[in-house]
Design a protein around this ligand. Structure first.
Ligand code: ADP
Length: 211
């Protein structure tokens, strides 16, 4: 009989930043290190079949630079993370969960309280919107991201970030929040993040459990 797995809240590291700040890049690299599991909310939406009503809804919102409704987002995210845990891709007892793209507003942060224990929030800060726009344009070409293709949608995404996502920094205020300069080389941003993570008690606990 399958072992009944009990988890309390997932030990979580959040990566927050404007579109183009490098959340996905950092999340992916961090997630490739043993004991870190990366989950990007945008990838969960992009994996939807666009022929389904839900997939169509995503295309409609994302192509305007808008967020998907909160309840739907959290439900879909929750189903995805549990699926990963059930299939042992993500092992909540020994892995950190690295989230990028969720929570994206304070309402989502509240809804996630039941699921995640936020240990650190890395804010990838890059006030230079010209640099971010340059990165997004490059990504639109390379990764076929329809939501980065037009100037108007990019500007809308920045506005959504300022109005809805940035207030999350106040919601988690305190020593959990670490501001990092996102215009540094990616390796330096990663270095800074790892330095902070290694100071966590949870890091020591997880290290002590290694086989
Ligand atoms: P980026 O990394 O460039 O900021 P994402 O790949 O995270 O963008 O997200 C792409 C789009 O998916 C968003 O513009 C939004 O429409 C939708 N989306 C992703 N995550 C969320 C979320 N947590 N809540 C609502 N909508 C979301």
């Amino acid at each position: 009989m399958a072992e009944q797995r009990q988890y309390t809240r997932f030990r979580t590291i959040l990566i927050l930043g404007a579109p183009g700040s490098g959340k996905g890049t950092q999340g992916k690299v961090l997630g490739s290190i043993p004991r870190f599991h990366h989950l990007a909310c945008g990838d969960v939406f992009r994996s939807l079949d666009t022929r389904t009503p839900l997939g169509q809804e995503f295309v409609n919102y994302a192509s305007k630079g808008q967020l998907m409704p909160d309840d739907l987002t959290v439900q879909l995210w929750r189903a995805n993370v549990h699926q990963r845990a059930e299939s042992y891709l993500f092992k909540p007892d020994i892995d950190f969960l690295v989230l990028d793209g969720i929570p994206r507003n304070v309402e989502q942060a509240k809804l996630l309280e039941a699921d995640v224990e936020v240990l650190k929030l890395f804010h990838l800060s890059c006030p230079d919107r010209t640099e971010l726009t340059r990165r997004l344009r490059k990504r639109a070409l390379k990764d076929n991201r329809f939501d980065d293709a037009s100037e108007e949608v990019i500007q809308n995404r920045f506005k959504t970030y300022e109005d809805e996502t940035k207030p999350i920094l106040d919601y988690y205020a305190g020593d959990k929040v670490v501001d990092l300069d996102a215009s540094q080389p990616p390796a330096k941003v990663l270095y800074d993040m790892l330095g902070e993570i290694m100071k966590l008690d949870a890091w020591k606990e997880i290290e002590a459990k290694k086989a």
